[in-house]
Design a protein around this ligand. Structure first.
Ligand SMILES: [Zn+2]
Ligand SMILES: [Zn+2]
Length: 86
C-alpha cells in the first residue's frame, strides 16, 4: 500500500480523486462523490460530471490526483457518506 505525507493528517494511505472532488477540501463545495476500490484496494472517487462522462463512454473532464486517505474520508463525510459503487 502506497503512503502519502499529508500536511493535515501525517502519513496516510493514498486515495485517488478527480480534481473537482479534491477541490471540495479547499472550497468546501461538494460536486458528487462516486467511489469504489481499485484492484489494489485503493479508494478512488470522482464527481458527478466525471461519473456522467463515464456513463456516456466519454473522457472524464477532470484529471485524477493522489490525495491522503483521511482527506478522502473528510470529503466522503461532506457528501453524506455515499455507499461504495461496485
Ligand atoms: Zn470530476
Ligand atoms: Zn489528509
Amino acid at each position: 500500500m502506497r503512503e502519502i505525507d499529508c500536511p493535515h493528517h501525517g502519513r496516510q494511505h493514498v486515495a485517488i480523486a478527480c480534481t473537482a472532488v479534491a477541490a471540495a477540501l479547499v472550497d468546501g463545495e461538494t460536486c458528487g462523490f462516486h467511489w469504489f476500490e481499485d484492484d489494489r484496494g485503493t479508494a478512488c472517487a470522482w464527481c458527478d460530471d466525471c461519473a456522467k462522462a463515464m456513463d456516456m463512454d466519454e473522457e472524464r473532464p477532470h484529471a485524477l490526483e493522489v490525495i491522503c486517505g483521511a482527506c478522502f474520508e473528510s470529503i466522503w463525510n461532506m457528501n453524506d457518506q455515499p455507499p461504495r459503487i461496485s
